[in-house]
Ligand binder design. Structure first.
Ligand code: IFM
Length: 448
């Protein structure tokens, strides 16, 4: 069996974060409000009333955080740019101080030999754009391309590859369909324009980036979908779920078409928001790389009552769980990657794992050490599964773990800790966990 040390030479090791989850400094140096500032301020929206107001205070402590990355021996660091830090109203007046922050960060990373890999949108839409309809409005896609142009013109001389969007599926479902995340809309299937407009924004921004000679990626949260049984109804329900979760966000990019959503009573124009030429723009000349965020498979059964969604989620039994309660299935990563290769064939670009990791209820022990063995087991298992997919011929170029630091885990506030580095949110003291040493040693052994 191949293992993680068999990953090819030149394989890139990294860690990921996102702006609202770590930066804090929400009203410093001219940053404008984002949907997450507004949503988190709503009573009951986030566990314990937590917000990203301070988070990991990365805005001020980034040199210490870059030092932690250097200690790991990372090749790359995936972070996101807060749109409202550089364009406080989402469009129009530029906040040069915001751009300066990312400029310093990029220089700091490069000085330590770490390649910056920015994501342009990780869910923190400027509130001013949300007030104009957010991603339900087609206009937001065009504003996104202008924002991309501004950022690439400032950082592009030092940043080779860009990720346009993070997990547009989760943003559409949690943010616009269910209201669990910002902006807190509960539109169910009427949220579909938020999918199309994000993808259109990707296409428009990708054209800007490519014109300037940059590589373009997107980070999709993908899941293997398991029918709860071999019964025809369960298999059909699983296919319907796969279309919504996976294919809706990958087919248009790689095949230039939307999947069949007839199980949802929706046609190819996603309820009318798709205009002629949009799919061509979204697919463009293809992606330079597909970012895959993998956490767990999803088991799906047929609905028991008529009239609702064409699927229900079923429990995955007999596997360990993370502190969040998510099933731990390392081989799901191999299955996902091999499945992508089989589904998309020559249209599939090289893959980078842009997120993978787990929450552990870990705190420093009496000796000051954070013993997060479940995270080490999780990472080891998933990296071995990744190596197995590579041995089966899937072209995977890198692995970015989620996350460098414990951080603001959206609606869960500060309850779920995903970091290789423990953060005390009272004192901001950073304590590298046992998994930090493990990842550092793995990177060093692999690079030998
Ligand atoms: O924290 C999130 C991240 O922002 C997006 N992907 C999943 C992570 C864990 O929930």
């Amino acid at each position: 069996m191949p293992n993680r040390l068999d990953l090819p030479a030149g394989f890139r090791w990294g860690a990921s974060t996102a702006a609202y989850q770590i930066e804090g400094a929400v009203d410093e140096d001219g940053r404008g409000p984002s949907v997450w500032d507004v949503f988190a301020a709503r009573l009951g929206a986030v566990r314990d009333g937590a917000t990203g107001r301070v988070a990991c205070d990365h805005y001020h402590r980034w040199p210490e955080d870059v030092e932690l990355m250097r200690g790991l021996g990372l090749d790359g660091y995936r972070f996101s740019i807060a749109w409202s830090r550089v364009l406080p109203a989402g469009a129009g007046a530029v906040n040069v101080g915001g751009l300066d922050f990312y400029d310093r960060l990029v220089d700091g990373l490069l000085a330590d030999g770490i390649t910056p890999m920015p994501t342009l949108f990780h869910w923190d839409l400027p509130q001013a754009l949300e007030d104009g309809g957010g991603w339900l409005a087609r206009d937001t896609a065009y504003r996104f391309a202008e924002y991309a142009e501004l950022v690439v013109d400032r950082l592009g001389d030092r940043v080779p590859a860009w990720i346009t969007l993070n997990e547009p599926f989760v943003h559409m479902v949690f943010g616009y369909a269910l209201g669990i995340h910002a902006p807190g809309r509960t539109l169910m299937l009427d949220a579909l324009p938020a999918a199309h407009h994000q993808l259109l924004g990707h296409g428009l921004a990708a054209a800007v980036l490519r014109e300037r000679g940059h590589e373009v990626m997107i980070a999709n949260n993908l899941t293997p979908v398991w029918p709860a049984s071999e019964a025809e109804a369960d298999v059909a329900a699983a296919a319907a779920y796969d279309a919504l979760h996976n294919r809706l966000f990958t087919d248009p990019l790689l095949l230039g078409s939307y999947p069949d959503l007839s199980a949802y009573g929706v046609g190819e124009d996603l309820g009318g928001c798709v205009r002629p030429g949009d799919l061509k723009l979204i697919a463009g000349p293809g992606l330079d790389g597909l970012g895959v965020n993998y956490y767990n498979p999803t088991r799906i059964a047929a609905p028991t009552e008529p009239g609702g969604l064409p699927f229900v989620e079923a429990e995955i039994e007999g596997v360990p769980r993370t502190a969040f309660g998510w099933p731990v299935v390392p081989d799901g990563l191999r299955e996902l990657l091999v499945g992508l290769r089989d589904r998309y064939g020559a249209a599939l670009p090289p893959i980078t794992i842009t997120e993978n990791g787990c929450s552990v209820a870990d705190e420093p022990g009496p000796d000051g050490t954070v013993h997060d063995q479940p995270r080490i087991d999780f990472l080891a298992g998933h990296l071995d599964a990744l190596a197995a997919a590579v041995a089966e011929g899937v072209d995977v170029r890198g692995y970015f773990t989620w996350s460098l630091l414990d951080n603001f885990e959206w609606a869960e506030g500060y309850q779920q800790r995903f970091g290789l580095v423990h953060v005390d949110f009272e004192t901001q003291v950073r304590t590298p966990k046992a998994s930090y040493a493990w990842y550092r040693d793995l990177i060093a052994s692999h690079q030998k």
